[in-house]
Ligand binder design. Sequence first.
Ligand SMILES: *Cc1c(COP(=O)(O)O)cnc(C)c1O
Length: 397
Amino acid sequence: MEIPIVRPQLGEAEARAVAEVVRSGWVAQGPEVAAFERELGDAVSAPHAVAVSSCTAALELCLHALGVGFGDDVVTVSHSFIATANAVVAVGARPVFVDIDPVTYGMDARLVEAALTEKTRAILCVHQLGFPCDLPALLDIAGRRGIPVVEDAACAIGSEIEMAGKWQRIGRPHGVAACFSFHPRKVITTGDGGMITTKDEALAERLRLLRQHAMTVASTLRHGSQRVTFESFVEPAYNFRMTDVQAAMARPQLARLDQSIATRRKLALRYREALEGHPVLAPPHEPSWMRGNFQSYPLRIRPEARSSQVKIMQHLLECGVASRRGVGNAHMEPAYAHLGWTCGPEPCDEELHRKGRCLRLPHSEAARDDTVMIPLFHGMTQAEQDHVLAALGSLRP
Ligand SMILES: *Cc1c(COP(=O)(O)O)cnc(C)c1O
């Protein structure tokens, strides 16, 4: 038996929906994208949703629309998929990395205040692995300073956070905007794709304009018009459109989201019960204020086990179980290590920083190297989960 880290849940409903779009003759951004935007907005209680080509594009577009650019700082985490830092650099700004809370894998709100400078134009937080980060604390700090919060919710479709005594879905949105991904590694997939949710109508309008070349006449409108119309391009912009083929693939998955999340949480609970006393690996702790979607299932190597990450992953591989190490850190990658990014108001030790060993991000570094992610996807059968558990059961300290 071979268990992949993820198996996208695409079936007949998705195939039929895509075939219909192909037969319709309209495959670019059109009515399917508009319907997907409405449905996703409803699903997370956001008044506006804007579909784009990826979450990376969503993050860049949001920062650009908020006026973040050259000479500006964006406070974010290094511990994320590289796209988070790349989006900041793409608009010409500098990422200022703060460490994470080792339990939630999200930005440690207690460290944010010290990282803010007079150049800080945004806080870009991440709901890593689908676990909501500490939004109430971050929004409080940002609110006092008048700094917008953008949420990298790439992994977090369907995750919930308890705020003001109510359960609310990520993307509601709590910050100025939240950005989702539909890459196959996430809970809903369109191959590639992304979505921005916001409560700010003017921002939504601007995002719609910027995603298609800041073109004043949308192609759908010109197509249906009985009059000759000429477009104009009001500012330099992007092509970050989603296609109708992608949106059609997403809609049946979105319709099944509640059920998918319930299944994922059941699988997570079963892992937790089976692994509570495991000698080498510890299951994740979910604080009472969150209900994650378990986009991933991260296990921490117990400090007393002294077992190496590679040894554990090799054992799983030999048992036919795919695994991944913890999420990476931008400051440890060649793309960022040599650029001398600082990790707060004061620069780190230059020499250590060049080697990608910034002393100020110990929890980020530990999370990459002490975490092993195991398969969890909503189409996983009990036999498949039993197989993973058997492989973990034969692991020796
Ligand atoms: C996957 C991911 C992204 C990038 O999403 P794409 O849709 O592939 O561009 C960004 N941030 C985080 C935290 C991610 O996990």
